[in-house]
Design a protein around this ligand. Sequence first.
Ligand code: 5GP
Length: 175
Amino acid sequence: MDNLRLSPLISADEIKTRVLKIGESITDKYRGKELVVVGVLKGSFMFFSDLIRSIDTDLTCDFCGVSSYTEMQSTGEVRLTLDLSRSIRDRHVILVEDIVDTGLTMNFLRRHLQIHKPKSLTTASLLLKPDALKEECSLDYVGFKIPNDFVVGYGLDYQGYFRNLPYIAQVSNIN
Ligand code: 5GP
């Protein structure tokens, strides 16, 4: 990883403040209701775990997995690698993504979950790259809008590395 340069983009403190705010909004919206929070593996695990701790209503957790990326580029083909473990029929569901880039993954997952007839489906993504969108993708909660550059940290990886960074950084190749 010596040939890579990391440029900090969003600090750990900024992330913490924003995630708390999103959690408060979700709590307000679902007060007294039960929620299923669905995290998209692997990238969303850190956002997911901070977010659920900032939501103050009864909830259960589930996960799904998709693959569409090779190194730094979307293949444009989304594949489900892990499905939900329990039925979401008639449940209030929040789908939690790390980042929306082309929008293909979020739209694929939204369609996939809708087939299972949840009572409501809300979407949250920590990051959004508005300039990279290839299809319309409406999101209920967005942490930060960022430029169309590859980022790592706070769960997001490059070749499996950098997920443990507590902040978000732009990564560039210096060779
Ligand atoms: P989309 O389908 O919106 O193009 O891409 C969504 C998925 O691509 C994300 O869940 C994430 O796994 C991956 N991805 C998109 N942009 C980035 C990025 O800048 N950094 C990393 N690490 N993954 C990204």
